[in-house]
Design a protein around this ligand. Structure first.
Ligand SMILES: Cc1ncc(COP(=O)(O)O)c(C=O)c1O
Length: 406
């Protein structure tokens, strides 16, 4: 079954919102009978996955660098055009292993406007994440802000390709070279996205992906580090497997970062259908774009049409012109069973332990704070179609008329 044939559980009620009385928040039935989630998984052919699963059971090789894990690594490396793919059990461990393999210590510069795992992967290893501000237009690290945060203790820069739009790769590389810092990327959002026509994966010393269920490309849970550096790749392979270089031969301190065969099976299944997932996401994005284009106070985050993107994130910025606050929008949508999300609010610097360690970090992060306060992410994915998107958009358009804002 193709993902586009998959059952659509979030049935649209067909409701029209004409007045405040039609809103679920005021007691009317919701727009959708089932919740419409942000990050609902993209799932490829069930039959292909089940065949992989049957093969795994027959082989009785469930983990420890099995044939499907190896195949997944080969196929990802080939797809991304990189020398090495080291598959992992999740994106957080992928980040942690990459950070350790690069020998980062002291302070590492990161955005605060990211999922907290980016900062935690450093803190977990007693490396201080130093939060630099973002560009309010791109939502990615601002190279000038990065420069301002460099101290004698800085050893690296950990950029994030937020929403699948590449971080400023070239200016960050120039800063890293000038100051002798290691540059790596958290590419968790960036699978199948390009920069300068090259797929994300080959930039910096290495890039870490998450294949979590909510990501564009998922393996239930999973992740990988990709790199063109042979020595770094070898180190990460050892680290991922307790430092084992062969039977009874431990030559390195390591952890357990291995991907299971069943996760690799899901990865291989989905890898074969990336184009379909992109097509479904792009169609949803285009419908949102049409539906919301003339709504004053709402701005849909644009993707660079010269680059490839996975369109996994439908990001809307709400400004003062809109008659309802961002938080009120989220509340109204949730009542309709549309589980829109405030993303990366309130910023890592406002989460623990960072908030306690650096209570004044916000002073250096005005753009992070402003963006985190105005972003709402709408549901998309291959289990949604244009009727769902129109249902979501209808609520937003109704809210924009002001009288329903309360
Ligand atoms: C930007 C970012 N970094 C890191 C992670 C952590 O990945 P995982 O959930 O696979 O550990 C995620 C997603 O969960 C993410 O969005």
């Amino acid at each position: 079954m193709s993902p586009l044939d998959a059952p659509r559980t979030a049935a649209w009620s067909g409701k029209e919102v004409r007045s405040a009385r039609d809103l679920a928040i005021n007691g009317a039935p919701p727009m959708f009978s089932q919740p419409l989630h942000v990050g609902r998984p993209n799932i490829g052919s069930h039959e292909r996955f089940l065949q992989y699963a049957r093969d795994i059971l027959e082989r009785q090789w469930l983990s420890n660098n099995g044939p499907l894990a190896q195949q997944l690594e080969r196929e990802i490396a080939q797809y991304l055009g990189v020398q090495h793919c080291i598959a992992m059990c999740n994106g957080t461990i992928a980040l942690e292993i990459a950070i350790r393999a690069l020998g980062l210590k002291g302070e590492v510069i990161v955005p605060s406007y990211t999922f907290v795992a980016t900062a935690h992967a450093l803190q977990w290893q007693e490396i201080t994440p130093i939060f630099a501000d973002i560009d309010p237009v791109t939502h990615n690290l601002d190279p000038d802000a990065v420069r301002r945060m460099i101290t004698p203790r800085t050893t690296g820069i950990l950029g994030v390709h937020l929403w699948g739009r590449a971080a400023p790769v070239e200016p960050l590389q120039a800063i890293a070279d000038e100051h002798g810092l290691a540059l790596m990327f958290d590419a968790s959002h960036g699978f199948a996205c390009s920069f300068g026509g090259r797929l994300i994966g080959g930039f910096g010393r290495c890039e870490a992906f998450s294949f979590h269920a909510t990501k564009f490309f998922n393996s239930f849970e999973g992740g990988a580090v990709v790199t063109n550096d042979d020595a770094l790749a070898e180190k990460m392979r050892l680290m991922r497997n307790f430092g084992f270089a062969g039977y009874d031969n431990v030559i390195y301190p390591g952890t357990n970062g291995k991907i299971t065969e069943i996760a690799a099976a899901m990865g291989l299944t989905n890898l074969a259908q990336l184009d379909e997932f992109v097509a479904a996401n792009r169609a949803n994005y285009q419908t949102y774009s049409r539906e919301l284009t003339d709504v004053p106070g709402l701005r849909l985050l644009a993707y660079d049409t010269r680059e490839r993107n996975n369109f996994q994130y439908v990001v809307v910025e709400v400004d003062e012109q809109f008659p309802a606050s961002r938080d009120r929008i989220v509340e109204v949508l949730h009542a309709e069973n549309i589980l829109a999300r405030k993303y990366f609010w309130p910023g890592c610097h406002n989460m623990q332990p960072y908030r306690a360690y650096y209570p004044h970090a916000g002073l250096m992060l005005p753009n992070t704070i402003a963006v985190a306060d105005r972003v709402v992410v709408l549901p998309t994915g291959s289990s949604m179609d244009s009727a769902h998107v129109r249902g979501v958009s209808q609520v937003l358009r109704a809210l924009s008329r002001g009288s329903l804002a309360a």
